[in-house]
Design a binder for this molecule. Structure first.
Ligand SMILES: *Cc1c(COP(=O)(O)O)cnc(C)c1O
Length: 230
C-alpha cells in the first residue's frame, strides 16, 4: 500500500467518525473542521494530505513548523499552531501561522501582536483553556480566560476566534469537555463572534463533537503512530 493509499483510507475513516459523531449529536458535519496534525511527519505528507482534500493542518513546534511551511509555500492550506508557545518564539510563529490555538497568557498576546505587526500579518487566535487541575501542561486557568480573551480582542493584529482545549490524560474526556461549556458561554457573551471550539484528538473526537467542538485536531488516526519520536 502506498503512503497515499494509507492516508486516503485513514482520512476517510476519520471523516466517517466525525460524521457519525455529528449525527449522534444532531449536528451538521459541515460545522466541524478537521485539522490534521502533521507534527513529526514530513512536508511530503502535508502535500499528500492537501491532495486528498485536507484544508487545515496543525503543528506544535516552531522550528519544525517554520521549515514545513517554507517547503509547502505553494500549497493553499491553513496552518494552525497548537503547541505551547515560548514568548521568544512568538515573532517567528507570527510570520507563518494562520491560527495560533495555544494562547494562554497576556504577555504572549502582546508578543504575538507585535510579531504580526512586524510581519504585516493578521492572526486568528484561540485561547487555550486548561482542563487540568495541575498546572504546567499549557492552557489558561478557566478563571483567567476572560482576561486573556479581552487582551486578544484589544490587540490590533489579532482576531479572537474562540477557545481550544486538550482533555487531561487521566479523566473521562466527556467529563473534562463538559467543563468548557460555562467558560465558552462567558466568552461568547462578551465576544459573540468568537464561536470556534477546538477540542478532540484521535482518541476523543466523538466526545468533543458531542461537547460542541467546531474543530478537531487529529494526528495519529490519520498519519499513523511513529516510533522513536517523542
Ligand atoms: C499531537 C496533538 C494532537 C493530535 O493528537 P493525536 O492523538 O495524534 O490525534 C492534538 N492536539 C494537540 C495540542 C497535540 O499536541
Amino acid at each position: 500500500m502506498t503512503r497515499d493509499d494509507e492516508l486516503r483510507d485513514n482520512l476517510s475513516a476519520v471523516r466517517e467518525r466525525i460524521e457519525r459523531a455529528c449525527r449522534a449529536a444532531g449536528r451538521d458535519p459541515a460545522d466541524v473542521t478537521l485539522i490534521v496534525v502533521t507534527k513529526t511527519w514530513p512536508a511530503d505528507d502535508v502535500r499528500r494530505l492537501v491532495g486528498l482534500g485536507v484544508t487545515d493542518v496543525g503543528e506544535n513546534r516552531d522550528q519544525e513548523a517554520g521549515a514545513k511551511v517554507r517547503d509547502c509555500a505553494d500549497l493553499a492550506v491553513r496552518w494552525h499552531f497548537i503547541g505551547q508557545v515560548q514568548r521568544n518564539k512568538a515573532a517567528s510563529i507570527a510570520r507563518y501561522a494562520d491560527v495560533v490555538q495555544s494562547v494562554d497568557r497576556v504577555p504572549l498576546v502582546t508578543a504575538l501582536d507585535r510579531g504580526a505587526a512586524r510581519a504585516g500579518r493578521e492572526l486568528d487566535v484561540l485561547v487555550q483553556v486548561s482542563l487540568d487541575p495541575e498546572p504546567g501542561r499549557g492552557g489558561c486557568p478557566p478563571d483567567q480566560v476572560g482576561q486573556v480573551s479581552d487582551a486578544v480582542t484589544a490587540a490590533e493584529h489579532l482576531t479572537l476566534r474562540g477557545l481550544m482545549a486538550v482533555a487531561p490524560l487521566h479523566e473521562d474526556p466527556a467529563t473534562a469537555f463538559a467543563r468548557l461549556a460555562p467558560v465558552r458561554e462567558q466568552v461568547l457573551d462578551r465576544h459573540p463572534e468568537a464561536d470556534w471550539l477546538s477540542a478532540g484528538m484521535s482518541g476523543d473526537l466523538e466526545q468533543a463533537i458531542s461537547a460542541g467542538a467546531t474543530h478537531v485536531r487529529v494526528g495519529s488516526a490519520v498519519l499513523g503512530v511513529r516510533e522513536n519520536v517523542g
